[in-house]
Design a protein around this ligand. Structure first.
Ligand SMILES: N[C@@H](CCC[C@H](N)C(=O)O)C(=O)O
Length: 281
């Protein structure tokens, strides 16, 4: 079976995008892993499937699969690429799109300069909503494993994040500590682990070890979670410029009960077709 796809990226966080509006193919976990494989497939951090909406209140449904094959709730860089994809494919002429995800409705808007702003919805902090096993809803909480301890802030942007402040992000032990935090038993659905360096009250540098994908060049929901955590810790003021290894995002959050707004680029890299091995179906 030959599958048409579009390769996209947002700050170097890269995606294989499948059109299940015009087509109907939705991959199984083994097919996701094959398509995401950088040696045998196309290669990506996440695979995005664009579908027809499930209700008249939204324009599309958008599904997100990590490179490990698992379906997840949310993806910030993917949301911007989704908006660019449906516009460039002629699937909508709206500048502001309402899209249903596994964790609710988000609203990307195409800006005149080509950037995309996404209303990412409300951040959530209650341990049960992350989910995170804890009796406390303190902004900073200790987490320990393998003889190490981290002071984390937990934030759900629909998907789970554990954010810590580090002195220098370039020397942060992302490769060593990221998997320990991701798979910590206090996160029953695993977690994305963010390492944030405070530059000033309106700027941070960020690296994220992503659940199901490893360290990526940027993580949009990770940037939202880090800024929210930094504001709640009293270290940052909105808006905040987030520098990642793949480029910059602007994140704004006006505090409790207000949505997080994320602005950044979304780029189409190429389009193609790939033959799926029979033994994966
Ligand atoms: N790269 C994404 C997040 C993708 C999902 C994440 N790995 C998870 O498992 O929750 C982003 O830009 O937000």
């Amino acid at each position: 079976m030959k599958i048409p796809f579009t390769k996209m990226q947002g700050l170097g966080n890269d995606f294989v995008v499948l059109d299940a509006v015009t087509g109907s193919f939705v991959p199984n976990p083994a097919q996701v892993r094959f398509l995401a494989d950088r040696h045998f497939g196309v290669g990506c951090d996440q695979l995005l499937v664009v579908e027809k909406p499930g209700s008249p209140e939204v324009d599309f449904r958008y599904r997100i699969f990590n490179a490990d094959g698992g379906e997840v709730e949310q993806c910030g860089n993917g949301a911007r690429c989704f908006a660019r994809f449906v516009t460039d494919a002629g699937l909508t002429d709206k500048r502001e799109i309402r899209v249903e995800t596994r964790c609710g409705v988000i609203a990307p808007r195409l800006e005149a300069d080509g950037q995309v702003t996404v209303d990412m919805g409300l951040p959530r902090f209650a341990p049960a909503e992350i989910p995170f096993v804890s009796d406390s809803d303190a902004v900073i909480q200790p987490l320990a494993a393998a003889g190490r301890e981290w002071m984390i802030s937990v934030v759900s942007m629909g998907n789970p994040h554990a954010v810590q402040v580090v002195g220098a992000v370039d020397s942060a032990p992302v490769a060593e500590d990221g998997p320990l935090i991701e798979n910590h038993p206090r996160f029953p659905r695993r977690v994305n682990a963010g390492f944030m360096e405070i530059v000033d009250r309106h700027a941070i540098r960020l690296r994220v070890h992503e659940r199901g994908a490893g360290e990526t060049l940027a993580c949009g929901t990770g940037a939202c979670a880090a800024v929210v955590a930094g504001i709640r810790r009293g270290l940052l003021d909105t808006p905040v410029r987030v520098s990642t290894r793949g480029g910059e995002l602007s994140i704004a959050w006006s505090g409790p009960d207000t949505p997080v707004l994320m602005t950044g680029p979304a780029v189409t890299v190429f389009q193609g077709e790939i033959e799926l091995p029979e033994d994966l179906s």
